[in-house]
Structures are given as structure tokens and as C-alpha cells.
Design a protein around this ligand. Structure first.
Ligand SMILES: O=C(O)CCC(=O)C(=O)O
Ligand SMILES: [Fe+2]
Length: 309
């Protein structure tokens, strides 16, 4: 008997941020839809495990209990009958079938590792270019608005932002970043990619402000972000402490790459730039700025290179 492969229709499923919608195609042409609360649900990695075993002609020999109707009923499926698994959002698997994360259209670094990976370059702009950005940031105080996040959680991110800074002022920085990409990408284990867009925002973090743990590409609107950059600048003498960037290590849990315990703390040095893969989890520790003066803020121009689909 031949098994007919039809494309499962996930198009009209809701696009929740954390939920993973799964469509199992089963031998005999049957399909079974389920929604998991997160990509961390062990059922998902176990289903992939069965699929991988099947692709290697190894028996998985188990029965899956698939919750239906929000757990009010269940269906039992022998592992051998799983022909394919469709997910929304897509899952990224490594060569052994570990689920890396529910990345969308990004390429996972070839060196995706347990340790946090980033690059920091000091003295990134000339003194004049650095001063120009500082003068611009301080003089546009009235254009800064309270920051938001795509998960819309309150108390998750506190800082002030200009979402569309003057393109002419950004140009020297963006030129230098683009010129450095051929060096940066291989060092981070990323291949060259077609840049569909470069976003930039200007931020000011003052006393008590922070950005809790997040990654930069796991919501539908940010799904194609591949590379994050953060350029740091502030007025000398430095009038704040804290505000370090903390990059988290990864670990494997339930066949799934997730945030590990360890981290690296990166000093937001004046006129330095940091690059990292947008899927890595990171946070900005609280800033202490006694003067509370806007001009004494920890400023950044930070943004993302998104790949073309
Ligand atoms: O300011 C920083 O050090 C990082 C900012 C950040 O993580 C973001 O805007 O997504
Ligand atoms: Fe971030």
C-alpha cells in the first residue's frame, strides 16, 4: 500500500506566540491535530524521536497518548504509524534530531553551543562619529518613548526608545557594521545570508531600568532576525553602573535546547559593539544612575539583521 502525502492545512490555525500547533499524518491517510502549550512539551520531542527512529528503520515500539478536546479525551497511536509531523511554528532540528528551538526562518549557527557566543569590538567608531551619536541622542530626548516588547508583558523591559532614529545619523554605524559582517558571521558560526532588512533603534536606559531575559526572534513578527548588534555609547565621565548584558548558556533538556544555568556578563563599554545570534537568550541588568539625568543614560543603537525568506 502506498501512503499518500497531502499537505496538512495549518494556515488557519491561530498564531499564538508560545503555542505549538502540530498535525500528525498517520499511515492510512489519517491526520490528527493537537496544540501544545510550548515547544518544551516532552510529547513533541518524543514524537520527533519516533519519526527519527522510523527514518533510521529502528523500531520505537511505543504507543503515544495524544490529548484531544483539551484533555477530555485521548487517542492512542502506535509510533510506527507516524508518517510525518507538521508544526507551526516550524521547529529546527539538529542532525541528531534534537529540537534546537522553535526558530522560524533563521539559520542556526553551525557552532550552536552550550556556551554563550558573542563578539565585542572596542573603539568601533571614530571619536567624531561617536560624539555625533551622543549629541544626537541627548538632543532628541523629547522623541524618546517608553519601550515595549512583543510579548506585551509589563515590567519586562524598562527603557526609553526612539524606534525610527534619523537614517543619516545612523549611516556611519550601519556602514561599519556591514563592512564587518564577513568577519563576524563565520566567527559566530553563521553563513552569509541575504539581508532582507536591518532594523535599528536608539535606546536610553537610566536609573532602575532593565530588560529581562528574552531572545530576539521567537515571536512571529521577529521570526527572521538572524543577527543582533548592540552599539554602546555614553557621556564621559561615566555616570552609571550596572546595565551589563548577560548572555545565557544553553543546555539540552527533553531533547530540546533551552536556556542553561551559566552565563557571561558583558560590560557595555563606551564606543563598543556586540554581535550575537538573535536566538540566544540574554538580558540587560538594572542600571544605577544617581544623577538620573537623561544625558547620563546608558545609550545604545541596537538592532537586527533579518534574513530574506
Ligand atoms: O542593551 C542591550 O545591551 C541589549 C538590548 C536588547 O537585548 C534588545 O533590545 O533586544
Ligand atoms: Fe535583545
Amino acid at each position: 500500500m502506498t501512503e499518500l502525502m497531502t499537505e496538512p492545512n495549518l494556515a488557519n490555525l491561530p498564531n499564538d506566540i508560545d503555542k505549538v500547533h502540530v498535525m500528525l499524518s498517520l499511515a492510512g491517510g489519517h491526520q490528527c491535530a493537537l496544540a501544545l502549550n510550548s515547544a518544551n512539551d516532552p510529547l513533541l520531542s518524543e514524537l520527533f524521536d519516533a519519526l527519527i527512529k522510523r527514518s533510521q528503520n529502528q523500531p520505537a515500539n511505543r504507543i503515544f497518548k495524544i490529548p484531544l478536546d483539551e484533555g477530555r479525551s485521548a487517542m492512542y497511536i502506535p509510533s510506527e504509524s507516524i508518517v510525518s509531523i507538521a508544526t507551526s511554528p516550524p521547529m529546527q532540528l539538529d542532525s541528531t534530531g534534537l529540537i534546537l528551538k522553535h526558530f522560524h526562518n533563521v539559520e542556526i549557527p553551525s557552532t550552536y553551543a552550550l556556551g554563550a557566543q558573542y563578539l565585542q569590538f572596542d573603539n568601533f567608531l571614530s571619536g567624531e562619529e561617536h560624539q555625533q551619536l551622543l549629541t544626537y541622542a541627548i538632543s532628541t530626548e523629547s522623541q524618546f518613548v517608553g519601550s515595549t516588547t512583543t510579548n506585551n508583558l509589563s515590567d519586562y523591559r524598562k527603557s526609553k526608545v526612539v524606534y525610527s532614529p534619523d537614517a543619516n545619523v545612523l549611516q556611519p554605524l550601519l556602514n561599519r557594521i556591514q563592512a564587518l559582517l564577513p568577519e563576524v558571521l563565520p566567527k559566530l558560526g553563521l553563513s552569509p545570508f541575504n539581508i532582507a532588512r536591518i532594523d535599528s533603534q536608539l535606546t536610553a536606559s537610566n536609573d532602575g531600568e532593565f530588560y529581562k531575559i528574552h531572545d530576539d526572534n521567537s515571536s512571529p513578527p521577529t521570526a527572521t532576525r538572524q543577527l543582533t548588534y548592540v552599539y554602546y555609547f555614553y557621556r564621559e565621565p561615566k555616570s552609571f553602573t550596572g546595565g551589563e548584558l548577560r548572555m545565557y548558556n544553553n543546555k539540552i533538556e527533553n531533547h530540546y535546547w533551552t536556556r542553561g544555568e551559566g552565563f557571561t556578563t558583558i560590560e557595555p563599554r563606551n564606543n563598543s559593539i556586540v554581535f550575537f545570534f538573535s536566538g540566544y537568550e540574554h538580558e540587560v541588568l538594572p542600571v544605577n544612575c544617581q544623577s538620573k539625568a537623561f544625558a547620563d543614560s546608558r545609550f545604545t543603537i541596537n538592532g537586527w539583521m533579518s534574513r530574506a525568506n
